[in-house]
Design a protein around this ligand. Structure first.
Ligand code: SF4
Ligand code: ZN
Length: 455
């Protein structure tokens, strides 16, 4: 077995662990944010519903801010208050409610897992982290630990981004915090630390500390309830004391700010990137450089017609049921090869649109609107936006992917991604410009691209 890590990086003193738990929980009781899923986890007598509610909140909170999640969570729980209700929902309804929250496969997987609990587990949520992870698709180690500790009082730790940051700072862990070896250490640490009588509160307190006090850029160490247990804070304090003594010319010993003293320590910062005094506690955590997102270009066309009441209607089509933005609706779109000439882009899009309109589409009829940029987690997507007005009736071909005409209000109520909302916004902006004529010559493509609301 590998040698245990140096003691400095661990919580090996039971008295210290006890004190840390007490300080953290007392702070949490005083300062915790009032969040709807927290209230329900305490007051709901039905254990399955309690587990379900925590599960929904945890899935929504992955990659999304608390402030955004609250409204989505409330609407979700109102619409599907139980696992049984969610199991009966359609994917379309789930996507509609999820629209705007991002990472759409989360909603889809949540619903698939709910169906499984209802059909294979008689509607009963597994009660331990191990079973939750084993039996529920899409439930990983973190979510399983959160549900089991918060809903069922299992004394099991959790490690998410906030916990990683807090633990790395508490114990001066400067090795790559995304490496499996470090992540394993952090899980062990979280399991040692978790309070045996209030595990759910303890886990939430640790995450809350990371979200509100031990924040990434400017942590509020002065207000931190566990600073006396924090190795990196101590190191900063020692350095400050040393600097001020030096300033007043007092003789003082060189501060003990070495790393843990173990050569090639697997948890200390690498020798090539040692502790940087100017960064203080934000020396930790450290991550290996991220891969840059992949660049993609997609041509998309706002196909517009006059509806029966005179209002504009737009054609939207459904994406395939797997992959990026699975099952969501969008304007007819076509991924483009990089560095394609503008004329060629238009020709390809015109050809693609023919399938939807059932009639020849001339490339020169496509009006360029602008470019809209949207960043997905791993893709830097540029939508090259065109528009086309269609006269007369268009018969939609049922052999193709599902498609439908929608008014603007219907568009916003549909399961469309945030990126497509930006595309429609760019289109509307262009329309407004056209209806209030501006002096000057024809705008250049670049100028339009800038004004198209890219972010
Ligand atoms: Fe984080 Fe500062 Fe508290 Fe340490 S003292 S845990 S760095 S907020
Ligand atoms: Zn070390």
């Amino acid at each position: 077995a590998p040698a245990p890590p140096p003691a400095r990086h661990l919580f090996s003193d039971p008295a210290e662990v006890e004190a840390l738990r007490g300080n953290l929980l007392a702070w949490y009781d005083r300062c915790k944010r009032d969040l709807p899923w927290r209230a329900l986890a305490v007051t709901e007598p039905d254990a399955d519903r309690r587990g379900y509610a925590v599960w929904v909140s945890e899935i929504m909170l992955q990659q999304t801010q608390v402030a955004t999640v609250i409204d989505y969570y409330n609407r979700w729980m109102q619409k599907w208050p139980t696992l049984q209700a969610l199991a009966q929902a359609s994917l379309e309804e789930v996507n509609e409610l999820w629209a705007g929250l991002g990472y759409y496969s989360r909603g889809k997987r949540l619903q698939e897992a709910a169906r499984k609990v209802v059909s294979e587990l008689a509607g009963r949520m597994p009660r331990t982290a191990e079973d939750l992870q084993k039996l529920l698709p899409g439930v990983g180690r973190y979510t399983a630990g959160a549900i089991a500790s918060i809903s069922y009082g299992q004394a099991t730790g959790v490690v998410d981004g906030n916990v990683i940051r807090v633990l790395c700072r508490l114990r001066c862990i400067g090795a790559d915090s995304s490496s499996p070896a470090v992540i394993d250490q952090l899980w062990d640490m979280a399991n040692v630390l978790v309070d045996r009588s209030r595990p759910g509160d303890f886990n939430q307190a640790l995450m809350e500390l990371g979200a509100t006090v031990c924040v990434p850029k400017a942590p509020l160490c002065g207000e931190c309830p566990v600073k006396q247990h924090c190795q990196s804070w101590r190191r900063v304090e020692k350095e400050l004391a040393f600097a001020s003594q030096k300033l007043f010319g007092k003789p003082s010993p060189v501060p003990d700010v070495e790393d843990c003293g173990v050569g090639d320590c697997p948890l200390c910062p690498p020798a090539t990137e040692p502790w940087d005094s100017s960064l203080g506690v934000t020396n930790f955590p450290r991550k290996a450089a991220k891969k840059p997102p992949r660049a993609m270009r997609t041509a998309t066309c706002v196909l517009e017609r006059r509806g029966c009441h005179g209002a504009s209607e737009y054609l939207i089509v459904q994406r395939p049921s797997s992959g990026l933005l699975a099952g969501l609706w969008e304007f007819p779109s076509l991924p483009l090869a990089q560095d394609l000439q503008e004329e060629k882009e238009k020709e390809e899009l015109a050809h693609h649109l023919q399938a939807w309109t059932g009639r020849p589409v001339a490339a020169k009829g496509l009006q360029f609107i602008g470019e809209v940029i949207h960043i997905f987690s791993h893709i830097h997507q540029t939508y090259v936006v065109y528009s086309l007005h269609l006269d007369g009736d268009v018969t939609l071909d049922p052999a193709l992917s599902p498609s439908r005409w929608v008014t603007e209000d219907e568009f916003h109520a549909s399961a469309v991604s945030t990126a497509m909302k930006k595309v429609l916004k760019a289109h509307e902006k262009q329309r407004r410009k056209e209806s209030s004529p501006v002096k000057g010559s024809k705008r250049k493509r670049e100028a339009k691209a800038q004004g198209a609301g890219g972010t």
